[in-house]
Design a protein around this ligand. Structure first.
Ligand SMILES: [Zn+2]
Length: 413
């Protein structure tokens, strides 16, 4: 039997998670208000009603409930926007950042990046753990991650009871509703029920998704999404990925596999991809594809060794930027392939902005020039539809931050 204090703590935790709410409309309104405050940081009730599109009376009822649950709080603003202290103070509402915490993890071929955030999405702790992901069993990878998560939570002095969940970004085909990883280069076998494995080991609610979707969520909450309700992110690293946000919602498709751009075909019957098929964009534009092509020049880099691959890529980028014609031509071809693929996306989706994300978006100059040229020359209306292309060359910490944002999106209603 639970002690009285444990029972009270659990009730409060459950209330914060909105588990006492059975009316779906009320739950949806609650989530919309929390999301609005995360996006705008602080807002008066009347502004929330305008942003969310619900009546001021409903906002008053739901915000009272959220205040009672400790999820949001009142902030008294005594100055107006011009800094003047004259006039009636406006009562604005803001998230209570300490009401809950989220852990995000990005699993790469060579490391796992962990990020701990509060309810507002501020990073309170982070860790990078080197690993050779595809050489360890998924169960072992889960164990390594869980040990590190506990350390990050301990170091930040957070009560584990207040951790809302763990979000994990994995490259490959992830069936979001079931948490099943159908195929991922970081796992040594297909059909891994990774969410179940992690939940058993960690005891936290767990969400697992394609890692490029996590960069899209990071952009949605902390980047271009604050300005654009619709945008797409193309990720460049060991593989090529994509995340699509439409009207502030991440698009996953019917089965949760959606927006898998890296394995769309750019050359019929072309180069062999690590997914086992041929002619995928990734087989031309990713790290391993560029290093594989460079091996033809005489090097013997093991492209399956993530650490050797990383060193090799840095060296190749340097050679290209210094003017090596053979290496530059490899980067040019890779950039042309990816730029052509992005041009196809622009013609299909007409996004107002495209973000190129991932540490490898800081590629050779020849890669980027070829990419933008190919985008312009292959979109139907060329320069007339010139897309706003932005680069976020942050490393895996951006992806882990997005994975934590997934937990905040999914749990707090
Ligand atoms: Zn492929």
């Amino acid at each position: 039997m639970l002690s009285k204090s444990a029972s009270c703590a659990m009730n409060q935790h459950d209330r914060r998670l909105g588990r006492h709410i059975s009316d779906p409309v009320r739950a949806q309104n609650r989530k919309a208000i929390v999301d609005c405050l995360r996006r705008h940081q602080a807002a008066a009730r009347i502004e929330i009603a305008k942003h969310v599109g619900i009546s001021p009376a409903t906002v008053t009822v739901i915000t009272s409930e959220l205040i009672e649950d400790g999820v949001i709080r009142e902030e008294i603003a005594t100055a107006d926007r011009n800094g003047s202290s004259r006039g009636r103070p406006r009562t604005r509402l803001e998230l209570n950042p300490e009401a809950g915490f989220a852990v995000g993890i990005k699993i790469s071929m060579h490391q796992a990046s962990i990020s701990l955030t509060n309810l507002s999405g501020e990073i309170l702790g982070a860790k990078i753990v080197p690993m050779r992901a595809n050489r360890d069993a998924p169960e072992r990878i889960a164990e390594i991650c869980m040990t590190q998560i506990r350390e990050v939570i301990d170091d930040a002095g957070i009560d584990p009871e207040l951790v809302l969940g763990v979000g994990i970004g994995v490259p490959g085909y992830v069936e979001y509703p079931s948490g099943m990883v159908r195929w991922a280069p970081v796992f040594s076998r297909p059909d891994v029920p990774f969410r179940e494995i992690v939940e058993q080991k960690a005891g936290f609610r767990t969400f697992i998704d394609n890692d490029a979707n996590m960069t899209a969520l990071a952009e949605k909450w902390f980047g271009v999404g604050r300005q654009f309700p619709t945008f797409l992110v193309v990720t460049v690293e060991h593989g090529i990925g994509m995340g699509l946000v439409v009207d502030e919602k991440l698009y996953r498709g019917a089965r949760g596999f959606g927006a898998e751009f890296g394995h769309t075909k750019i050359v019929v019957g072309g180069a062999l991809c690590r997914c086992g098929q041929r002619g995928c964009i990734e087989a031309y534009a990713s790290d391993y594809a560029i290093a594989r092509e460079a091996n033809v020049l005489g090097s013997t880099t093991d492209i399956d060794d993530p650490f050797a691959l990383q060193d090799r890529m840095e060296h190749l980028i340097k050679l290209s930027d210094e003017g090596s014609p053979a290496v530059t031509s490899i980067f040019k071809r890779a950039g042309t392939m990816l730029g052509t693929g992005i041009a196809n996306l622009v013609d299909v989706l007409d996004p107002p902005v495209v973000v190129l994300s991932g540490a490898r978006s800081r590629s050779a100059k020849a890669f980027f020039t070829a990419l933008t040229d190919a985008m312009e020359s292959n979109t139907l209306l060329g320069a007339q539809t010139k897309v706003d292309l932005r680069v976020n060359s942050g490393g895996d910490e951006v992806w882990a931050h997005g994975a934590a944002a997934l937990v905040l999106e999914e749990t707090l209603i």
